[in-house]
Design a protein around this ligand. Sequence first.
Ligand SMILES: Nc1ncnc2c1ncn2[C@@H]1O[C@H](COP(=O)(O)OP(=O)(O)OP(=O)(O)O)[C@@H](O)[C@H]1O
Ligand SMILES: [Mg+2]
Length: 376
Amino acid sequence: MDSFARQALWTETHCPKAFEDFVGNSAAVKEVRVWAENWKLGKKGKPLLFHGHTGSGKTLLAEITARENAWELFELNASDFRTKDIIERIAGAAALNSSFSGKLRLVLLDEVDGLQGTADKGGAAAIGSLLRQASQPVILTANEIYGDAGKKLSGIKTHCELVKFEKVSYLSIAKFLQKVCDSEGIDYDQKVLSELAKASNGDFRSALLDLQTVAEHSKKITLQDLKDLGFRERQQDVFKVLQKIFHARSIQECQNARFSADIDHEMLQRWIEENIPRHFSQADDRANAFNFLSKADLFNGRIMKRQHYGFLRYSTELATSGVALQREHHYPGFVSYKFPSMISTLGASKGLRQQKKAIAEKMRSKMHGSVKRIAS
Ligand SMILES: Nc1ncnc2c1ncn2[C@@H]1O[C@H](COP(=O)(O)OP(=O)(O)OP(=O)(O)O)[C@@H](O)[C@H]1O
Ligand SMILES: [Mg+2]
């Protein structure tokens, strides 16, 4: 068993199981319920394309739809769309044939905007023809379906009913977080929940991950905890960037992921370091990834020592493309990336370290040594 078996994430343990528990986007919930009822009555509706705000529950609502109707769920995500063959053979078969039990099967094509331009042209066309012929209910999800990002989806959109997911208000998210805290036995300052909810910008995944990170250290969470954990780093963005980097197939993809992130290179490297063992479950890939990360670190050392920031381009490339592109194995599915433990430990021990520093400063005048030396 892997030493980094997925820990229970609150996005999983506090995930709504029924339509009634789904927060926000009531119009979308109503539409999918009517659509599902119609399917059950033999009225085959068009595939639904859920689009809009990240972390608002697009994938979740599709999963609830399958569960509530006791349908089988067949799910493909972005990394599977890369091969036309998988779409035609596997998803095609799932969308065309009924299940052995005779029940309907929901085909979920998750994150179809993960199709990459011309490289996946065959994939987009294969999805288009799957949608035309499907005899089972199909739901697709995407964040952005308009503008440049949506161009590659033009052959898909025409076969779908579009269902928009709006950003959920921070008040609704704060209320949801409150329920989570109550069931986890966490004592909270109401303001902390509002701050977390506001910062999540309508993204439940981000709000829950932030809350879990903050609550990891104490059963009572305060505004100070938010500050100490450097919580302003937008975890959700980082999760997505990590996913893109670890799954990248070219240097260009790694660079695009990096540039889309509002995170400095040092913090990104910490995230990569923490999550290499979580993402790469095969020993040879782990070793290769750490090897490249250690090379990046050599350049980091030179940057610090010589203040030669030109080396940054090597360090960043080694820590991202180097780490990601040497892999020998394929890693489908979701990995629960973790906040860098070193940063949390530093955050949690900040008070203690400040105390130590203050004492060392007082001792310095008597001992004629540096604060660093006395404190160590
Ligand atoms: N409306 C909601 N009510 C309660 N919890 C939610 C809701 N939406 C999302 N969540 C929580 O956030 C997690 C992530 O949601 P989900 O994966 O469905 O988002 P998404 O819209 O598909 O995001 P993305 O665009 O990034 O794929 C869920 O597992 C659940 O824990
Ligand atoms: Mg999703």
